[in-house]
Write a protein that binds this ligand. Structure first.
Ligand code: GLV
Ligand code: MN
Ligand code: MN
Length: 399
């Protein structure tokens, strides 16, 4: 089963024919189909699939003579809503293809090699990004995870049970044999296009987090309420969006409001309540904290003028992650002095690095630079260059 055949297998699963984007929401049908595909691919290759009680899995290649701690590759198979085909699956498919290439060349690793499938990486349904790897490493308390629900009100445990799992949340033995992790990923930016290179190694992942803003005001008639008499939470929300955009630009950081709900969400009334989620990111944790504090302060000031109220809840905050420096340099050297670049995105590799597992990432060129969108893309030739890079890296690390 070649890289192209595996990619073709996954292509129709969860695809929205109107937008061309993917909805592979954790524990819902399309994502479960991808998970079943992963088990099938592993089984077909004779890899030993180990699963934990929260949907994560590692498929181990342990030929005779492979001893000691394992080298983990792989990524995730869930997507954001209306996401691209590459974010996540490229890492899993490339990992199987790299194992095939090693075997075909007669290589026998001195260390076990595992292909990971981490669950719920995008935080698309339960709000907490990298949920699977956070639980498996113990970075997220299972009691906190039990409180998580999707926008449909379904609790995490109920979603898992409905998907046929017997949930056991929390640190599992799944990663106990892992000595290091290399996650291959589509690039989420155009750095490689500008450098005219197909593959890069990651240096660091920016600090990032999500904050829920609840704006409350006074619902009233859209025609009969004079502008000066209004207490309109949508106005406070709108001014907060502008403040976030301006403040992020001032400190070379990122701030995005990509999701909101409005009650009662009708055209001819001032809303009573607007909930909106801020995604903010910065090159270091200090910049991020200061940025978010400034946005919150300006939002409160605006609420006072508007006669509305704001409540802010931090849903997740991740510090800057510096990937393992010696490992990154070793990989860059193996890959003909590949560039070493930072990323503004979060990844399971960042979580494992935070949990003490030396981790690295490989990025594959994305001609549009677009991600979390149907336009996300990587040319097949670059994907195959990524497979080749991962194969060379595994040969280096497992010799
Ligand atoms: C996940 O891809 C994120 O960076 O939000
Ligand atoms: Mn990803
Ligand atoms: Mn993503």
């Amino acid at each position: 089963m070649t890289f192209e055949q595996m990619s073709r297998d996954l292509r129709p699963i969860g695809r929205d024919p109107r937008s061309g984007g993917y909805v592979r929401s954790p524990f819902a049908a399309a994502e479960r189909e991808c998970a079943a595909w992963y088990v099938e691919q592993a089984t077909r290759r004779g890899l030993a699939v180990e699963q934990d009680g929260q949907g994560n899995a590692v498929a181990w290649w342990r030929p005779e003579g492979a001893t000691g701690s394992g080298i983990l590759v792989g990524s995730h198979l869930d997507s954001v809503d209306d996401g691209g085909a590459f974010d996540g699956p490229l890492g899993v498919v490339s990992s199987f293809a790299a194992i095939d290439a090693l075997r075909d060349s007669g290589f026998s690793p001195q260390r076990p090699i595992g292909v990971a499938m981490f669950v719920a990486e995008e935080g698309s349904r339960f709000g907490l990004a990298c949920l699977g790897s956070r639980l498996a490493t113990g970075l997220t308390d299972p009691d906190d995870a039990r409180e998580l629900r999707g926008p449909d009100g379904v609790f995490l445990l109920d979603a898992m049970t409905a998907a046929g799992l017997e949930p056991r949340l929390g640190r599992s033995g799944l990663l106990d044999q892992v000595g290091l992790f290399v996650e291959l990923h589509v690039e989420q930016g155009r750095d490689l296009v500008e450098r005219d290179r197909a593959v890069a190694v990651a240096s660091a992942s920016w600090a990032h987090g999500r904050w829920k803003f609840d704006f409350t005001g006074e619902p009233n008639h859209a025609g009969a309420t004079r502008m000066e008499d209004r207490r309109d939470p949508m106005l406070t929300y709108a001014m907060t969006v502008l403040a976030a955009n301006k403040q992020a630009r001032l400190v070379d950081a990122r701030a995005t409001f990509g999701r909101l709900t409005s009650r009662p969400n009708i055209t001819n009334a001032i809303p009573s309540h607007v909930a909106a989620w801020l995604d903010a990111r910065g090159a270091d944790s200090g910049v991020l904290v200061e940025l978010v504090e400034t946005i919150i302060r300006q939002s409160f000031e605006r609420a006072e003028r508007d006669g509305t109220a704001v409540e802010v809840t931090a849903e997740s905050v991740s510090p800057t992650v510096d990937f393992d420096v010696p490992l990154a340099h070793r990989l860059a050297a193996v890959l003909d002095d590949a560039p070493v670049i930072p990323t503004g995105a979060g990844h399971d590799a960042g979580i494992l690095q935070l949990a003490g597992v030396p981790s690295a990432m490989l990025f594959v060129r994305n001609p549009t630079g677009v991600s979390h969108s149907p336009a996300e893309h990587a040319e097949t030739a670059d994907c195959l260059a990524g497979v080749d890079a991962l194969t060379r890296v595994l040969r280096e690390l497992a010799s």
